[in-house]
Ligand binder design. Structure first.
Ligand code: DAH
Length: 344
């Protein structure tokens, strides 16, 4: 009986000490296997006197039961340990350090161009586009500026050859569109784009800048239509309450010609440093399409009339955003461009 007790204690100790499934299995074989210690005890029963057999037998059974249960517990403990160890070992770090996305911004000139386009498309205008490398014919000739015309001095031109140049104004597109219409009205379009002039760059001059041309031709178009249209534009671009005024001017392709001023959006027309005390700021040139221009392009000036205007986009952007140096638009300094980030 002592031996049974001893085997049981040894077995339970060995089970407690087992550190992995393999060594636990060795313990199982050693005690519960066919040739194991507990089986050996069973076979010893044969040699016992008959009356001792039941007590001995039941003690061996209890021993076997205890050892089996301990083995089972230990087995599931070691199994879950090894499962956790494997999970730990196979763990994948799925986190990723955040990289802050740099969201680009629309260029302020693009924003102004889009604003102008939206405004005029909303009034039923179409948008025309054309070449920056232009023929002298469209840039000057059809715009009523013949070769010997003194008005050519007004614009210093980058010539590619005697008949090809970088367009000096989007008015070239006005001529292309008039010619394309073959005398058929109505025409209602704007044409935004780049233009080029030989200029020494400084805070207010750039050899390349942007304009948008506007052109309307139909029957009974008057200067009042031009004024209403530009007033609407001034209110949309510079805020409600703007008024505009016309000053007589001269352009070879319009008659009459006007310079257009907008009431100063900074002081509401009272006079400040931006408008130099006058209460007005010049924003564009405009006029009624010259009858000769209409005629050269195949329109009957007795039947049709039209207005046109040319607005400088940098000028509008500078006024609207308080930018004091035109070169900022072209330096691409991110610190400048970031000011126009609509997502910040
Ligand atoms: N082409 C002129 C310029 O570049 C602007 C201009 C004035 C355009 C009057 C027009 C106009 O269409 O009618 O200075």
């Amino acid at each position: 009986m002592d031996k049974i007790q001893q085997v049981q204690e040894e077995a339970l100790a060995a089970i407690a000490e087992a550190t992995d499934l393999e060594s636990l299995n060795q313990v199982r074989i050693q005690y519960l296997g066919k040739k194991g210690s507990i089986q050996e005890l069973m076979s010893e029963m044969k040699s016992l006197p008959k009356e001792e057999k039941p007590a001995f037998g039941s003690k061996v059974n209890v021993c076997k039961q205890e050892v089996s249960t301990a083995l089972e517990h230990k087995q599931s403990e070691l199994e879950s340990q090894s499962l956790f160890a494997n999970l730990e070992k196979e763990k994948i770090d799925i986190t990723l350090e955040e990289t802050k996305l740099q969201i680009g911004t629309s260029h302020p000139l693009v924003m102004i161009q889009q604003e102008i386009e939206n405004l005029f498309v909303g009034m039923g205008y179409t948008i025309a586009e054309g070449p920056e490398v232009e023929e002298d014919y469209y840039n000057f000739e059809l715009a009523n500026i013949p070769k010997d015309h003194p008005a050519r001095d007004m614009q210093d031109t980058f010539y590619i050859d005697p008949n090809t140049l970088l367009r000096t104004h989007t008015t070239a597109m006005q001529m292309r569109e008039l010619e394309k219409a073959k005398g058929k009205a109505p025409i209602k379009l704007i044409c935004p784009g780049k233009v080029y002039r030989r200029d020494d760059d400084d805070a207010t001059h750039s050899h390349q800048f942007m304009q948008s041309e506007g052109l309307v031709v139909a029957e009974n178009i008057t200067l009042a239509d031009l004024k209403g249209t530009l007033e609407h534009m001034a209110n949309t671009m510079f805020g409600n309450g703007r008024t505009i005024r016309f000053r007589p001017s001269y352009f070879p392709f319009t008659e009459p010609s006007v310079e257009v001023d907008v009431s100063c959006p900074f002081c509401n027309g009272k006079g400040c440093s931006v408008c130099k005390g006058s209460g007005w700021i010049e924003i564009l040139g405009a006029g009624m399409v010259h009858p000769h221009v209409l005629e050269m392009n195949g329109f009957d000036p007795e039947k049709y009339s039209g207005f046109a205007f040319g607005v400088g986009l940098e000028r509008v952007a500078m006024l609207k955003y308080g930018i004091d140096d035109i070169r900022n638009f072209y330096l691409n300094d991110k610190r400048f461009l970031q000011n126009f980030n609509r997502f910040d």
